[in-house]
Design a protein. Sequence first.
Length: 52
Amino acid sequence: MAGQLKTRVAVFFVAGELESWKATIGFLLAWDEEWKAYVLVTASLGHCSSGS
């Protein structure tokens, strides 16, 4: 019975860790997308100003 409880607790902690990892990865991916957009905008603005 105690072994079952330990397994459940372990699964609970692993699931919690996975959720926080998913949240972190999701945040990083969102940040990465924003960074790409920022770079694209900056590059296009720089290109336009240097072209004119």
